[in-house]
Design a protein around this ligand. Structure first.
Ligand code: GAR
Length: 208
């Protein structure tokens, strides 16, 4: 059984999607812990109610990013994960932390990377006049919201859409592509080759 640790900062709906799909579809994996950088992250209660171990490493308690990263890594390593899944984890992680989990850390980001890394992706996509938007699941590299792409989901921008409408449409896509990507990872169906990720069964890596 592959061991998954999920990092959250808030609601945790992607964490829920992964945990539910993992159990329902009987992946050869288990979500062994959910770790948050905020004690009020709503997803913690959901995880705890489901019998998943939870932990909080409060970033505010540390003077430096390095100290926070080191404490976070210690907690994560205590759960001996095969995969670390960032699911709405809103802290920038240092290079050393990222390298420690290289090739075994995934993230979901609410844009079609490499467009719109960082915050306010939907507002920026609307301002740019994008006709499609989406989400990207990728392996994490030291550059923010960057790294080999496992899967992307694309949705249209409709007349009258505002940030909220796009956020909801994109989130629904994340709830499909993130569990799918994690499943491929734990089933050993992904191969990383430089900047590219190959799905070994030839399954489509785009959801449209
Ligand atoms: C998701 O849309 C995720 O892509 C985004 O935060 C949301 C978390 O929702 N992450 C980022 O913007 C990271 N760069 P959730 O807590 O309900 O899963």
């Amino acid at each position: 059984m592959k061991r998954i640790v999920i990092l959250i900062s808030g609601r945790g709906s992607n964490m829920q999607a992964i945990a539910e799909r993992c159990a329902d579809q009987r992946w050869p994996a288990q979500v062994v812990a959910v770790v948050a950088n905020r004690p009020d992250a709503a997803g913690l209660a959901w995880a705890a109610a489901r019998g998943i171990a939870t932990a909080v490493v409060e970033h505010r308690a540390f003077a430096t990013r390095e100290a926070f990263d080191a404490a976070l890594a210690e907690v994560i390593d205590g759960f001996a994960p095969d995969l670390v899944a960032l699911a709405g984890f809103m802290r920038i992680l240092g290079d050393d932390f990222v390298r420690r989990y290289e090739g075994r850390m995934l993230n979901t980001h609410p844009s079609l990377l490499p467009a719109f890394p960082g915050l306010h992706t939907h507002r920026r996509a609307l301002e740019a006049g994008c006709q499609v938007v989406g989400a990207t699941v990728h392996f994490v590299t030291p550059a923010l919201d960057h790294g080999p792409i496992v899967m992307q989901g694309v949705v249209p921008v409709r007349p009258g859409d505002d940030e909220q409408a796009l956020a909801e449409r994109v989130l629904a896509v994340e709830h499909v592509i993130y569990p799918q990507s994690v499943r491929w990872f734990v089933e050993g169906r992904l191969r990383l080759e430089g900047a590219r990720v190959h799905q070994l069964d030839g399954a489509s890596q785009v959801l449209m």
